[in-house]
Design a protein around this ligand. Structure first.
Ligand code: PFF
Length: 451
């Protein structure tokens, strides 16, 4: 273990930090929409199954690599497979989170703008709610907000693992749950909300096409931040005596519960306002402000209050995820290149800021610039969520299942045999890592490649 390396202080800290990475924009705008589109409760069922049967094996693979080496992604692969091409996996999983961070920070920036707007009590008229397209395609406003968002991440990262990431996660995660529950209660109390509930819970197996199943799996990877080294890096800060199975299951459970709460916070309000649920960012930044404005006509203070709580929730959820992506690169630069945490943070800030700025401009002045037919923002999004995350997840499971010494994997998951885990449970998890996960993820990867 590297001298002076920091560790999370407790199990609670581990789960809060990992849940912080997992709970993000994916839970709030993507999950509710996908549930409705893909068969309601039928989709939720596949999502739960794939979270526990497929995503958890990848989670454990990353966690085993990270905790057994106590190193950054590149250092970990070098330690476990010196002189082999596996080090490229270490490098790939430094590049992927930085790319995600860049465009994620643009959306994080939008939430800064919308929080400020709601604090200025602007969502009281339908006109104020209509400006989303105009805002994101403008030049300076989104750039300033992207800068503010990334600077907030950098400030937490500069604090280090314990005083930065751990403190931030322990404070904000419980608050996030309280906020989303309050918003959900309000949303469910609106007249007409039951339509939205039905939209989420009615199982419609006819909509459960193969592509809906692949979407459920993809969403569960994205939501648990898998395949890009964030879980590996956070696991490298976990003490040897912590139970990885409990940390993994706890994180997956928090992530799932939060996604469900977000679904019940968003969709009933959408239906109560008589609006068709929209896809992606439009749902959060266009439809909801419209709803706040509609409610504002009847009760301006209440609707402004709910809008403020809602955009705080999005901002905090996005920040805690972005921080985990930031940390992957910082850990690499500090440990492999021997530079200070401060310099590493500034360097990554500069890189992610530049790529993010180009992504932001791709909604406006640079919208004509296309890569493989996509704007830069959507290219970075598709490249990472459709390819790099699944590819990384596939390689992590292959590495742990086929290359790593089985005894070492067992020792890591059972803490040297001291945990009360019977051989059968380990056998099942190992089988999932070695056979089931790589085959299914491989199929998803090839399908994404071909479609
Ligand atoms: N899990 C995050 C979300 O649901 O928004 C997204 C994410 C975070 C992806 C961290 C990748 C990552 F490394």
């Amino acid at each position: 273990m590297a001298a002076g390396r920091e560790h999370f202080g407790s199990r609670f800290a581990v789960i809060m930090a990992m849940a912080g990475s997992a709970i993000g924009l994916g839970n709030i705008w993507r999950f509710p929409y996908m549930v409705g589109e893909n068969g309601g409760a039928a989709f939720i069922l596949v999502y739960i199954l794939s979270s526990f049967l497929l995503s958890l094996p990848i989670f454990f693979s990353e966690a085993v690599i990270g905790r057994s080496t106590h190193a950054n992604t590149f250092g970990a692969m070098r330690q476990l497979a010196p002189g082999t091409p596996w080090r490229w996996l270490g490098l790939l999983t430094i590049l992927s989170p930085v790319i995600i961070l860049s465009y994620y920070s643009v959306v994080g920036g939008w939430s800064v703008e919308y929080l400020l707007k709601s604090l200025a009590l602007q969502f009281r008229t339908p006109e104020a709610a209509a400006g989303f397209g105009g805002f994101i395609s403008s030049t300076w406003g989104p750039l300033v907000c992207h800068t503010v968002f990334l600077a907030l991440c950098a400030a937490v990262i500069l604090g280090g693992v314990k005083s930065g990431i751990e403190k931030f996660s322990k404070l904000t995660m419980p608050v996030l749950f309280v906020l989303i529950v309050l918003i959900m209660i309000y949303s469910l109390s609106l007249p007409g909300a039951s339509e939205g509930v039905r939209y989420l819970v009615k199982p419609d197996f006819s909509k459960l096409t193969p592509s809906a199943v692949a979407a459920a799996m993809g969403q569960s990877f994205f939501s648990l931040s898998l395949g890009v080294g964030t879980i590996l890096t956070y696991a490298s800060y976990i003490h040897k005596d912590e139970n990885l199975l409990v940390s993994g299951a706890g994180t997956a459970a928090f992530d799932l519960v939060f996604a469900l709460l977000a679904g019940f916070a968003v969709m009933p309000a959408v239906f109560a306002a008589g609006i068709e649920p929209a896809a992606g960012p439009g749902l959060v930044f266009e439809t909801l402000p419209h709803i706040f404005a509609k409610m504002g006509l009847a009760s301006p203070w209440l609707s402004s209050g709910v809008a403020i709580l809602f955009f705080i929730t999005i901002l905090v959820a996005a920040l805690s995820s972005a921080i985990s992506m930031f940390e992957v690169g910082v850990a690499y630069l500090v440990e492999e290149k021997g530079i200070s945490r401060r310099t590493a943070t500034l360097g990554l800030f500069a890189f992610a800021w530049t790529l993010g700025a180009l992504c932001s401009l791709s909604f406006g002045p640079l919208s004509g610039f296309k890569l493989f037919g996509e704007t830069l923002f959507s290219f970075c999004d598709k490249l990472t969520s459709n390819f790099l995350m699944t590819f990384g997840g596939l390689l992590f499971t292959l590495f742990v299942g086929w290359k790593m010494d089985k005894m070492r994997v067992r020792n890591e998951l059972t803490n040297g045999g001291s945990l009360p885990m019977n051989g059968r449970l380990f056998g099942i998890i190992y089988f999932m890592i070695k056979w089931v996960a790589p085959v299914v993820i491989g199929i998803i990867f090839v399908t994404n490649l071909l479609l």
